[in-house]
Design a protein around this ligand. Structure first.
Ligand SMILES: [Zn+2]
Length: 497
């Protein structure tokens, strides 16, 4: 059931994109498509798309929206027509290519492709542009002059041709990331690290970055300074040190889907430790990097006010982080419309598809599919309550309550949210399938009133056992689990360069 839901959501995004593909005229075997990707030492690349044809033909493929695409071989002038249509992939058009030539021939389209390779320390990571077509396959030739040793590739290369490793993208060959080649490798030369630092009266902010990414580090620092100033006011607490570091989107680190993380143990130590940012964010649509920085900062601030990072509080951590990342980004003048639309639309889609049964997030799921839904469900809940109680000013009241009351269960959190809203939110949470949620009423002792309304079948013994189990779980997570708080967005795949 849950697997289907997630596929459904991804399919929502995919279908809008696939539709033109399904309706485009197939070109049969008349056309052969090869992409040559030459990466230079700074990681940027030139892409040459060679179109080998036997006569007139029409086919579909993705071409970049923000990079000029031009004909590299002059003999092809007048023989080609390109019709670009907007797709749901932010950086790409659905392009219909028409060959107006009765004779066999070869045309070459060229475009620049920045940050084809990302590098940090001893490692490099390559991802091709999106190469989607209605032809049977695309042959992809990749030249990586900085690579010493390939350690992982998807799909597996079929051969070596001169300086190129050769890959085939086709429906029958599994790929980690659809219609893309990804390669992980050791570098011939290590990439040095630099530091940027800003000392504000309350907080020292440090950004550690591989030397290639000075601009990205500068923007990261700017966003962090503004966000920290905003969060200091909103939350009433201040971190003394915030360090932001970058890592590569390698498979073992969660690939392109985990946008950033802070370690759970660092949150539990009062919001200490660095914020890790995925370098793949440099290839995401505008707004993703900034919202990820704010998202991770919110985890840090929640840690400072004492909201533990455990499986029972995780939904609150993630919901607040997602929601505030959008609201604060807007407040400090960052364009987050792409990301905001993605979050609101997909969380609403999940709500309607599941009938709003979100109780499963009370114990944060560990499998990938459910976790993706848990992020959306958490965002839906926090956005729904916050938007109808004053947005950022509501969040300010929530933090004011959190500073007074430690929280470690969903029920504690609902009390805090109710207190900040000035109304009992327990029925709303029960309607979403939450269990063991206490009612709140605006009296001083309200927080201590226990009601069993929502758990009529659960005896007090059972409650005790559940509570003990939960404590054990929290203990295990805090003391043994070096677990990470990730921000994962599978739908982001359509938002990448
Ligand atoms: Zn998070």
């Amino acid at each position: 059931m849950k697997a289907k839901i997630s596929i459904f959501i991804i399919a929502l995004f995919a279908f809008a994109f696939l539709e033109p593909l399904l309706t485009a005229q197939p070109a049969g075997n008349k056309v052969e498509l090869s992409a040559y990707i030459d990466v230079s030492s700074d990681g940027n690349a030139t892409v040459k798309i060679a179109i080998q044809y036997k006569g007139r033909a029409t086919f579909f493929m993705t071409l970049p929206k923000f990079q000029p695409v031009y004909l590299c071989n002059e003999t092809g002038i007048g023989k080609l027509n390109i019709q670009n249509e907007t797709s749901s992939a932010y950086f790409y058009y659905n392009s219909t290519i028409t060959i107006n030539d009765d004779n066999p021939g070869r045309l070459v389209l060229c475009y620049s492709f920045p940050s084809a390779v990302l590098m940090a320390g001893t490692r490099g990571w390559f991802m091709s542009p999106l190469l989607w077509t209605n032809l049977d396959k695309v042959s992809v030739y990749v030249s990586l002059p900085m690579a010493k040793k390939i350690t992982y590739e998807s799909p597996v290369s079929t051969s070596i041709s001169g300086n190129y490793r050769v890959y085939t993208l086709s429906a029958g060959i599994p790929q980690d990331i659809g219609n893309r080649v990804t390669i992980e490798f050791d570098l011939k030369e290590n990439v040095k690290e630099n530091i940027l630092q800003e000392k504000t009266p309350q907080t020292i902010i440090t950004v550690r970055y591989p030397v290639f990414y000075r601009n990205i580090a500068e923007n990261t620092l700017k966003t962090a300074i503004k966000s920290i100033q905003y969060l200091n006011n909103l939350t009433g607490v201040t971190p003394r040190n915030v360090t932001l570091v970058f890592y590569l989107p390698e498979k073992k680190m969660g690939g392109i889907y985990a946008l950033g993380f802070v370690l759970g143990e660092d949150v539990n130590a009062g919001g200490k430790g660095p914020i890790y940012l995925n370098l793949a964010l440099t290839r995401y649509a505008p707004g993703y990097m900034e919202t990820t920085i704010i998202h991770e900062l919110v985890h840090v601030y929640l840690g400072i006010v004492g909201v533990e990072a455990n499986d029972a509080t995780r939904w609150f951590h993630e919901g607040m982080a997602q929601y505030l990342s959008i609201k604060i980004a807007e407040a400090i003048g960052i364009n987050v419309s792409e990301y905001k639309n993605d979050m609101y639309n997909s969380s609403k889609a999940l709500y309607y598809y599941t009938g709003g049964k979100f109780g499963f997030i009370q114990k944060w799921p560990s499998d990938d599919v459910s976790e993706q839904e848990a992020y959306l469900a958490s965002f839906y809940i926090i956005a729904n309550i916050s938007d109808s109680h004053g947005g950022l000013s509501y969040a300010q009241r929530v933090f004011s309550e959190l500073r007074k009351h430690p929280v470690s269960t969903s029920s504690d959190i609902v009390i805090v949210l109710s207190q900040a809203a000035g109304r009992n939110l327990a029925p709303f949470f029960r309607s979403l399938g939450f269990s063991n949620i206490q009612d709140w009423s605006p009296t001083p002792s309200a927080g201590n009133t226990v009601t069993t309304k929502d758990t009529p079948t659960l005896s007090s013994y059972m409650s005790l056992i559940v509570a003990l189990g939960l404590s054990l779980l929290i203990f295990l997570v805090v003391y043994y689990g070096n677990f990470e708080i990730n921000q994962k967005l599978k739908m982001g795949i359509f938002e990448m360069l």
